[in-house]
Design a protein around this ligand. Structure first.
Ligand SMILES: NC(=O)c1ccc[n+]([C@@H]2O[C@H](COP(=O)([O-])OP(=O)(O)OC[C@H]3O[C@@H](n4cnc5c(N)ncnc54)[C@H](OP(=O)(O)O)[C@@H]3O)[C@@H](O)[C@H]2O)c1
Length: 249
């Protein structure tokens, strides 16, 4: 199907829509008029600025990401794409919980969407992070267990197209998301900005750029299987520029 046809009827699932990134994706998505349905899949309803029209938004609230009762599956049915943002940082939880949230939930969510019956092709974009090794025997020095677990999760996602017909996948690997409405994250992002002024820049991306980049990729098709931070900045900047030029003056 040409990208324009897909866009015209697109139903998109944003898993983890209450995340820092997920909320921005939902916000931008609701303002793209070609999109017919936005499904927010999360543990609570996503909070969106009151000035934005939310008539295309459906909040699908689940108890956790391992259980998908029939009423939830019926909301997921017919999706054209999913952006998966559910993950947790290593400092916040135990090793077992890390794997459950970052890896097991991804697999169970993907399977539930497939059981619900997605559109074909079905695009699945998984958010990982810059610096995750692609080779699990390549042991990183810092947070080795976490990096290997996320590497194995990427490899698991890359196999999805061999398990289900007409499924396309993409791994997006952003650096630090460099602006935030949450003060602690804004502080970290500003520290990064200062470090970048004096040394070799650490990979980072504006939240609006990242949301625009992943949305463009699920709408128009994946440019490649793995998108680096530099790819995401380039695509996001181009997409935001394009949208500002297309605004009626
Ligand atoms: N933030 C960054 O600087 C950065 C950098 C590189 C890569 N990334 C990647 O980008 C993606 C999105 O990042 P983000 O910062 O937007 O994520 P985030 O705000 O930390 O949110 C992550 C999502 O996972 C859910 N979650 C976390 N722990 C959970 C648990 N124990 N059980 C169930 N759900 C849980 C959260 O649910 P609630 O909303 O209900 O808490 C939320 O929907 C992630 O894959 C992350 O690894 C982020």
């Amino acid at each position: 199907m040409p990208a324009s046809d897909l866009e015209a009827t697109m139903k998109l699932i944003i898993a983890g829509a209450t995340s820092l990134l997920g909320t921005e994706i939902v916000r931008q998505r609701l303002q793209i008029h070609e999109i017919t349905q936005v499904i927010s899949l999360a543990l609570q309803p996503v909070q969106i600025d009151k000035s934005i029209d939310t008539s295309k938004l459906k909040n699908v609230v689940i108890r956790d990401y391992s259980e998908y009762p029939d009423d939830v599956k019926s909301e997921l049915a017919g999706a054209d794409a999913c952006i998966w943002t559910v993950a947790v940082m290593p400092l916040r939880t135990s090793k077992v919980e890390l794997k459950r949230v970052c890896q097991d939930y991804t697999k169970l969510g993907f399977e539930a969407i497939c059981e619900a019956g997605p559109a074909r092709p079905f695009r699945f974009l998984y958010l990982s992070a810059e610096g995750i090794p692609r080779d699990p025997t390549n042991m990183p020095v810092i947070m080795a267990d976490y990096h290997i677990m996320r590497c194995n999760t990427e490899l698991m996602v890359l196999k999805f197209p061999t398990e289900k017909e007409r499924v396309e996948v993409c791994i997006a690997r952003p650096g630090v998301i460099a602006n935030s409405s949450i003060w602690s994250r804004a502080l970290v992002a500003n520290l990064f900005r200062i470090v970048n002024l004096f040394g070799r820049p650490l990979p980072n991306i504006q939240r609006s750029q990242l949301a625009a980049a992943v949305l463009q990729q699920v709408m128009d098709g994946f440019e490649k299987e793995t998108l680096s931070n530099a790819d995401l900045v380039r695509i996001g900047q181009r997409e935001l520029e394009f949208r500002s030029l297309s605004q009626p003056s």
